[in-house]
Design a protein around this ligand. Structure first.
Ligand code: HEM
Length: 535
């Protein structure tokens, strides 16, 4: 046991410093005082009142009283595992990120999968987006790829995120429903937010009820940058592809499993790893240039758009293997702090306005969730490299920094630690000369082409599942105007789908919502709609 210094190595061996195995040991208090009797409080006579001086009782109860911390404001329900990332090849032409520097290089990872809307104790198999967050403990600091199992998102700007989450969480007056998208507030919000249309297609598809965490794809969603040693930049999108294949449940199964075993995904991941069936994912990249991006008919900074693989093919650059369950759920899975701002030399952000807001949000929430500014010292969050800087003090400080100098510049500390210049993290020198404005680029306004692309990519059975999911969800929406707006929006995606949902609800197909773009709609023939739901 003992307190880890800053920079304690969270890979298997160095964690031994903080592992505690109580078997065969004598019981002590937190001060290490041997405890004689762990069953009885100190009383004045066997039947008398309890003495206030019973510091052993008070310590035990006090610790218990504070055993819970606030759950994550989103993604509260999750499960995680340790493993490694192995690079397939040297990517130094593309990036100087050290984890990609040579074929066969291994980097430890800790990966947490989650639902988004439900609370910490909610069921695993509800219809929801899944989080897919990977912490790479690289030899140049931690890189967190904080992604989802869907490649797009509901909104285009971080300004809208609190409203989105308020709408999807249980309604504020009665805290219902606990973990479902089936309610008026969520559908009200998205029906007024046509940019959510593409993401809704994914959420109403079978992708939102995965068979297992092991059978989910993962996506970085945003466009990022890779930078090589010469400072040249390419855009990149990150994809995780499960070697186990991508599989989903069907809705009836999911609903039954939710009742019978709310831990279905947690149990599946744990048991697979205990049994030695280690899940694997390939990391695949879509790499493209600024010039290519400028020629696309969508904006690569818009997180409601994918880049079709026909336009930019996927290249596999490594694999992740999850091979060890955590020792302790709270210490590791609950206290892990992923953050889009955790990025290493050779990688960089793009100006995606959703990503830009995320860079602030994670560390901010974690300061309150994990009690102050020192949560990077918690073993699961500490990088494998030594942390060296002049940041000091704050709640729960673990590192004992020595010496009188905690400022820079200084002439008294031997010049150490010193900034490392171009060896350190450098941002891409992006030329920017624009007006300071609120608003969005014109290309962000096409909300339907890619929603339709996704719908058309589905098999007839999968399309019928989407229609059935919309119908089911909208039967839970009590406000007629909200249902109508959702349908009017769907007409823009596929009138046949809209008609199928309307028919299932006993409603007329409303006129299409006005579109911000003038792309042609598919021809409207109502007859196939009627058979769509019965497939
Ligand atoms: C968790 C904010 C969009 C993926 C969180 C948390 C916050 C947050 C505050 C809780 C973090 C914690 O307590 O440790 C935001 C904001 C967003 C946004 C402000 C948009 C502006 C996204 C998007 C993705 C995503 C687009 C996927 C690409 C995740 C994941 C987690 C998470 C996977 C859970 C991490 C874990 O397992 O601990 N987000 N989020 N978020 N977010 Fe986001």
């Amino acid at each position: 046991s003992g307190v880890p210094p800053a920079g304690a190595n969270p890979t298997n061996e160095p964690l031994d410093r903080v592992r505690v195995d109580g078997a065969g040991q004598g019981l002590t208090t937190n001060q290490g005082v041997p405890v004689a009797d762990n069953q009885h409080s100190l009383k004045i006579g066997l039947r008398g009142p309890t003495a206030l001086e019973d510091f052993i009782l008070r310590e035990k109860i006090t610790h218990f009283d504070h055993e819970r911390i606030p759950e994550r404001v989103v993604h509260a329900r999750g499960s995680a595992a340790h493993g490694y990332f192995e690079a397939y090849k040297d990517l130094s032409e593309l990036t100087r990120a050290s984890l990609f520097s040579e074929a066969g290089k291994r980097t430890p990872v800790f990966t947490r999968f989650s639902t988004v809307a439900g609370e910490r104790g909610s069921a695993d198999t509800v219809r929801d987006v899944r989080g897919f967050a990977v912490k790479f403990y690289t030899d140049e600091g931690n890189w967190d790829l904080v992604g989802n199992n869907m490649p797009v998102f509901f909104i285009q700007d971080a300004m809208k995120f609190p409203d989105l989450v308020h709408s999807v969480k249980p309604e504020p007056h009665h805290q219902m429903p606990q973990a479902s998208s089936a309610h008026d507030t969520f559908w009200d919000f998205v029906s007024l937010m046509p940019e959510s249309t593409h993401m809704l297609m994914w959420v109403m598809s079978d992708r939102a009820i995965p068979r297992s965490y092991r059978t989910m794809q993962g996506f970085g969603v945003h466009t990022f940058r890779m930078l090589n040693a010469a400072g040249e930049s390419r855009f990149v999108k990150f994809h995780w592809n499960p070697v186990q294949g991508t599989h989903s449940l069907v809705w009836d199964e999911a609903a039954k499993i939710t009742g019978a075993d709310p831990d279905f995904h947690r149990r599946d991941l744990w048991e697979a790893i205990e049994a030695g069936a280690f899940p694997e994912w390939e990391l695949q990249l879509q790499v493209f240039t600024e010039d290519q991006a400028a020629a696309f008919e969508f904006d690569v900074l818009d997180p409601t758009k994918i880049i079709p693989e026909e336009m930019v093919p996927l290249v596999a650059v490594g694999k992740m293997v999850l091979n060890r369950n955590p020792d302790n759920f709270f210490a590791e899975t609950e206290q892990v702090a992923f953050c889009t701002a955790h990025i290493v030399p050779g990688l960089d952000f793009s100006n995606d306005p959703l990503l830009q807001g995320r860079i602030h949000s994670y560390v901010d929430t974690q300061i309150s969730r994990l009690g102050g500014p020192n949560f990077h010292e918690i073993p699961i969050n500490a990088p494998v490299v030594q942390v060296q800087n002049n940041q000091r003090d704050g709640m729960h400080r673990q590192a004992i920094n020595r010496g009188r100098v905690n400022y820079e510049p200084n002439s008294l500390g031997g010049g150490y630690p010193a900034q490392v210049g171009s060896r350190g993290f450098t941002s891409f020198r992006e030329p920017v000369a624009e007006d300071k404005v609120r608003g969005k680029p014109e290309l962000f306004a096409d909300h339907y082409s890619q929603a339709r692309l996704f719908y058309n990519s589905q098999t007839p059975v999968e399309q019928s599942h989407i229609a059935a999911a919309y119908r089911f969800e909208l039967t839970r929406v009590q406000t007629p105007a909200v249902r109508e707006r959702v349908l009017a929006n769907l007409v823009n995606v596929d009138p046949v789908l809209a008609a199928a949902v309307a028919h299932g609800l006993g409603m007329e197909v409303p006129p299409a919502l006005p579109m911000a773009t003038d792309r042609p709609l598919p021809e409207y023939d109502p007859s196939p709609a009627l058979s769509l739901l019965s497939r």
